[in-house]
Write a protein that binds this ligand. Structure first.
Ligand code: BGC
Length: 416
């Protein structure tokens, strides 16, 4: 056992036994309901079970977590929050601002979290200088997952630019498959849009989605981004509306679809289906976004709970999540990369190794940005305003990109 692990174990043991407090079962609210997600969740459940901590499952299906956040609000309003909640970005700091979250400093301090969790994540795991959530991973949204056989049949070259992307999509169409496997749900449309906006340039992404600059939101580059989204709409199948993201992944897995533009949780589905990167599928950054990353990090926020047993369970769960060996085991299955900078990449497949290297490179280069689609660029009100316009554009509500960009600038201004 390393010194640090010994320290963490001692803290957990102390919390569990001080005053004869026994950790209660943890009730965990999450939206990890697909095959790959459930497999990753099992890694966490089993880890806690090995420490004698029981699991009460509260799954609320729906990628991006919108439905889960609605369910959470109802529980908090009723004065009965779950022990731990999967949460993204600004949702965490918003709840902290309302004084609803507990304090994890007692485990974060001895665990040395300050030194190993990237600053970009700490911005959401800490509030007012105190740890309020334990980050379990780093996902990123600017990925494309391509069926290898379909790519080979379409010329074999993974696209590196928008023009090359269109060539491949056209070839896949000519080959009789659905070029772009997609589910028409606002968060999925917005996930693709993260990649498109980033491909317009890192300065542009920052100006539009982080700084919410009205000129960037309503200007010609945003118009171009919307025109690209509308172009991509021509490559989806007739049944795309409302489809769950993992069913779109399944289309690429079985060759009915050519590619999916989705965060790296999609890789969890490919792995669950026994597929191998480089052999059965290819992972690339959204063409034109190489060197930059739009990230989101799943964190477990711990709500204020009354009993010492529930508090002990929260501490033990947070310690388990932050264990380097757990971060490796969990993220290998989930498709994401560790939320700590000191976890070796040995256990990861080629896409995971690329994900870890890309994250480090983007962080060093200043090209690591929070994902708008997944709550790390702006608070929920702005995110939802972006969803509305992006989904409207995907569904033909605007005559052209310029009209959509104008609507976006207006919607974001109204939401602030
Ligand atoms: C979460 C992922 C999850 C995905 C689809 C994202 O917002 O960060 O962990 O797999 O939604 O459900």
């Amino acid at each position: 056992m390393t010194m640090m692990k010994r320290g963490l174990a001692a803290v957990a043991a102390l919390m569990l036994t001080t005053g004869l407090v026994r950790a209660e079962d943890v009730e965990v609210l999450h939206w990890w309901t697909s095959g790959g997600e459930a497999a990753a969740l099992n890694v966490l459940k089993e880890n806690l079970a090995a420490q004698g901590i029981g699991w009460v499952d509260m799954p609320v299906a729906g990628g991006g977590g919108e439905a889960a956040m609605t369910a959470l609000a109802a529980r908090v309003t009723a004065g009965n929050p779950p022990t731990a909640v999967q949460m993204l970005g600004f949702d965490i700091t918003d709840w902290a601002g309302q004084g609803a979250l507990g304090n994890l400093d007692a485990v974060a301090g001895p665990g040395g979290w300050d030194a190993v969790v990237p600053a970009a994540l700490q911005g959401f795991s800490k509030y007012d200088g105190h740890w309020i959530a334990a980050p379990v991973n780093v996902h990123s949204t600017n990925w494309v997952w391509i069926n290898k056989a379909a790519l080979d049949a379409a010329g074999g070259k993974a696209p590196e630019s928008w023009d090359e992307l269109i060539v491949v999509l056209d070839a896949m169409k000519a080959n009789g498959i659905t070029p772009l496997a997609h589910g028409g749900q606002p968060w999925q449309d917005a996930t693709i849009f993260d990649g498109i906006v980033l491909s317009e340039g890192t300065d542009f992404y920052k100006a539009a989605f982080i700084d919410l600059n009205p000129e960037a939101l309503g200007g010609p580059q945003m118009a171009d981004a919307f025109n690209k989204l509308m172009k991509l709409r021509t490559y989806v199948d007739d049944n795309f509306s409302g489809r769950d993201w993992n069913l779109a992944s399944a289309m690429v897995i079985n060759g009915e679809g050519g590619m999916q533009m989705m965060g790296d949780w999609a890789k969890g589905e490919f792995l669950k289906a026994g597929k191998v990167p480089g052999v059965d599928f290819v992972c690339i950054r959204f063409p034109g976004t190489q060197g930059a990353v739009t990230f989101n990090s799943d964190q477990f926020a711990m709500f204020n709970v009354a009993s010492d047993g529930a508090k002990a369970a929260q501490g033990a769960m947070a310690v388990a999540i932050m264990d380097p060996a757990f971060q490796s085991a969990f993220n290998v299955v989930k498709g994401s990369v560790p939320a700590r900078t000191d976890v070796p990449n040995d256990a990861f497949d080629d896409c995971g190794k690329k994900g870890m290297a890309d994250l480090a490179e983007a962080n060093a280069a200043g090209t690591l940005f929070g994902s708008m689609a997944h709550g790390h660029a702006a608070p929920a009100a702005v995110k939802n305003a972006v969803y509305d316009v992006v989904t409207g554009a995907m569904n033909g509500n605007y005559p052209d990109g310029a009209a959509a960009a104008a609507a976006l600038a207006e919607a974001v201004a109204a939401a602030q």
